[in-house]
Write a protein that binds this ligand. Structure first.
Ligand SMILES: Cc1ncc(COP(=O)(O)O)c(C=O)c1O
Length: 412
């Protein structure tokens, strides 16, 4: 049984692919949306559409109220305050914003630490920043189970060279592994109290209880579309005392205090200072509806459902002896949200194509983690990923599809 009723998701309950019931196992790329999210967006445009903060009229007030209410709901869901919520288009933009905001604090020779398994969105901005500021980008290795090389990390942290930024993901989108954030935070703070710790939470925010105020990190990036919300909206949560020191990257309408020909002063209210231009209120409202929808179940229910899907997929993959499962297989290591595998002779795209022919949607490719794939010599991998609406019957379809792959290409 899925955790969330399939009938709540119009696309899932109605779609067939080439005569087969759709098995949607690509939720790590983007999640499907429940009707309540679609309704919230539609209702906003049907009943409340007006620009925020600008017009002193009834609809303007209604829209502004919807904007504030949605910010409040999303911030609370994530254990942050609305003042700490900087709205972006997605995780990628949030991480670029973080990199731009800290740029001026980086001196030649300083260190920026990231890891080998990062999504390109949490790698390229730091790589570019390091080049621009003549800083050193240190990439901490991980093993095939996604576990950090603590010897390397500790060695880098213990050196006297200043570490300005530590950027790492919460859950790996390729391996499904989970970084122990509290241990990382403790190690970083022990040596470099003022390093800015930035977390890519794109895969975590929908699977686990992310409470920003309890993580001890400085910034946390996420996308609404991976957590049942709409595309085109996301956020960077930033610790308030840090955000107060950041220069806004976008400047213009809506974020100012006073503009004269000589100079501009910015709004002191952080919610305004970091909202330049007309915000996407409808998407924000849709995202808030998604948070409320997810909140129907406890996080232990979400995790237990995910664990069942992960275990079943591991079982299925193990039946095909030549498939190499990548990411944690040791039952003591957490694996959340996905299972990926590679085959020594059959390219991931070929596997994906055969699966698609029987209605099974998986992701094949490098999943925007080329450095990780290159390190272990995987040209590409196949990833099945899950959500609260994923049903065990979809995994039966995956098993059936893999048997078809075996029949087409010879033994798997
Ligand atoms: C771990 C991780 N980080 C960043 C991103 C980028 O997210 P977006 O495309 O929404 O910016 C993704 C998307 O797959 C991801 O899985």
């Amino acid at each position: 049984m899925p955790l969330a009723p399939r009938t709540d998701f119009p696309l899932l309950s109605s779609s067939t692919v080439r005569g087969h019931q759709l098995a949607y196992l690509d939720s790590a790329a983007t999640s499907q949306k429940p009707q309540v999210v679609l309704d919230a967006i539609n209702d906003y445009y049907s009943t409340s559409n007006a620009n925020v903060h600008r017009g002193a009229h009834f609809l303007g007030d209604k829209s502004t109220q919807a904007w504030h209410q949605a910010r409040q709901t999303i911030a609370q869901f994530l254990g942050a305050t609305p003042q700490e919520l900087v709205i972006t288009r997605n995780t990628t933009e949030a991480l670029n914003l973080a990199a731009r905001a800290v740029a001026s604090s980086i001196q030649p020779g300083d260190r920026i630490i990231t890891t080998l398994l990062e999504h390109h969105s949490n790698f390229v901005p730091w790589q570019r920043l390091a080049r621009e500021r003549q800083a050193e980008l240190v990439v901490v290795k991980v093993d095939k189970q996604g576990q950090l090389d603590w010897d390397q990390l500790n060695e880098v942290l213990a050196s006297s060279t200043p570490v300005r930024v530590v950027a790492l993901s919460h859950i790996s989108n390729t391996l499904g592994s989970v970084f122990p954030l509290s241990q990382v935070v403790e190690a970083v703070r022990h040596h470099h109290k003022n390093a800015v710790i930035v977390v890519d939470g794109a895969q975590a925010a929908v699977h686990m209880d992310v409470k920003f105020d309890q993580l001890g990190v400085d910034a946390y990036a996420l996308s609404a579309h991976k957590m049942l919300g709409p595309m085109g909206i996301g956020a960077l949560l930033v610790r308030r005392s840090l955000l107060e020191t950041w220069e806004p990257v976008l400047v213009g309408g809506g974020m100012i205090d006073e503009v004269t020909l000589e100079k501009t002063t910015y709004a002191t209210n952080l919610e305004e200072r970091f909202t330049a231009g007309t915000p996407d209120v409808a998407s924000l409202v849709g995202w808030a509806a998604a948070c409320e929808y997810l909140d129907q179940w406890s996080w232990s229910q979400h995790l237990a459902h995910d664990r069942e899907l992960v275990d079943r997929t591991l079982e299925i993959a193990k039946k095909f002896p030549e498939l190499e499962i990548i990411g944690p297989t040791d039952p003591d290591l957490p694996r959340i949200g996905s299972v990926a595998f590679v085959h020594p002779k059959i390219h991931a795209h070929d596997i994906g194509q055969v699966l698609d022919s029987v209605g099974v949607a998986v992701r094949s490719g490098h999943h925007c983690t080329m450095p990780l794939h290159n390190e272990f010599g995987w040209p590409a991998s196949v990833r099945a990923s899950f959500q609260c609406y994923t049903d065990l019957s979809e995994l039966d379809a995956l098993a059936e599809g893999l048997r078809k792959v075996a029949a087409v290409f010879g033994n798997l």
